[in-house]
Design a protein around this ligand. Sequence first.
Ligand SMILES: C[S@@+](CC[C@H](N)C(=O)[O-])C[C@H]1O[C@@H](n2cnc3c(N)ncnc32)[C@H](O)[C@@H]1O
Length: 397
Amino acid sequence: MLNSATYPDFRILQGDCMERLKEVEDNSIDAIFADPPYFLSNGGISVQSGKQVCVDKGEWDKGGTPEYIYDFNRRWLELCRPKLKENGTIWISGTHHNIHVVMRCLQELGYKVLNTITWQKTDPPPNLSCKYFNFSTELIIWARKHAQKTHKFNYETMKQLNGGTQMTDVWRIPAVSRWEKEQGKHPTQKPLRLLYRIILACTHEGDTILDPFAGSCTTGIAANLLGRKFIGIDQSEEFLQLGIRRRVEISDPNIAEKFLRKISETPEETMVIVNHARKETRELMIEKGICYMRAGDSEGSLQVTPGFEKMRYVLLHTDGKEAQLFHIKKGKEGSFSIWTKETLEKHGFHPEHAAYYIVIPFDNHPTRPKKLPSNLKQRINTYRARLRPLSDFIGIK
Ligand SMILES: C[S@@+](CC[C@H](N)C(=O)[O-])C[C@H]1O[C@@H](n2cnc3c(N)ncnc32)[C@H](O)[C@@H]1O
């Protein structure tokens, strides 16, 4: 059996969580994410890759009596509470099959419910029976240990991830992607993008996150990618082995960087256009509140890539120095205009390389980004800008 001893920040315990939770030190956990059995494996059908498939997940997910489902959830939730630090929080995912029982247990046990997040899957499989609305959501309850004590919430980070407005309790995130399953499949694997957001919302670097139903250890992978520690429990050796293989996979810094980039790019995330400005033109760009780049390549086509519509910020820099973020002008989000060389000249610029330019207007009050991408100095083409998600710049790792 592979073991996780090489990764001290990735501790796994195999067995029934009702037993193994007792080994976790009291008051040591900053956040818990739990994806318990939903008890929905009762022979239903769905479609995957065009084929009819049974939706049963495994023996561990077979439905029981209402009393059994209540007892099960009450027991593990009771065992988890003392493990949390006084300001700790817990997240539990579910569907109508289990989530109302979970809510009742949380309230009975003295937790304080903070939010119920609706995870709306952007790509749900169709409902074959055509007797119901299609199931496209899961619910995630967020609660804290105590009614009185305050909890951690990285409000500003969430707001920035949401394009500068308060993040709501409806999260549109796609289901697990193929690149997340390179090491094998878990039947109910959660997307890394979902855990990325949860972990960023309620923890800081160095914090510890516990998952009592770890499965393929998605929580642990997201936690370690974000510089947090992980303790995971699962009864299945096979699933935990998959989790360790996933941990080994991200020990390659290139893969870790690639994964972090992918999970920080949620389809609706705010984008930043990164533009190199020559020393001579930078001040004028800031004064006029516009940045520009060449509009055509040698064949004359536009260099507008997918993501432009989500653009909210411009990051201007000169050879990697003096990087400043500017908010794109209100009402013009994601928009740009095409100007001729002559129009730019009328504004005092001296463009040399093309007849047409993409012009992006911004508010000329800069903010200094907390974090900078390492390759800002790359000066491939003065006029060619790159698009990056905002999370790359706001220091949230
Ligand atoms: C819904 S899956 C979690 C999937 C996980 N979030 C992931 O992304 O891979 C639930 C997991 O709980 C495990 N499990 C069920 N009952 C358990 C118990 N009493 N103790 C420990 N693990 C249990 C199952 O083996 C299964 O892997």
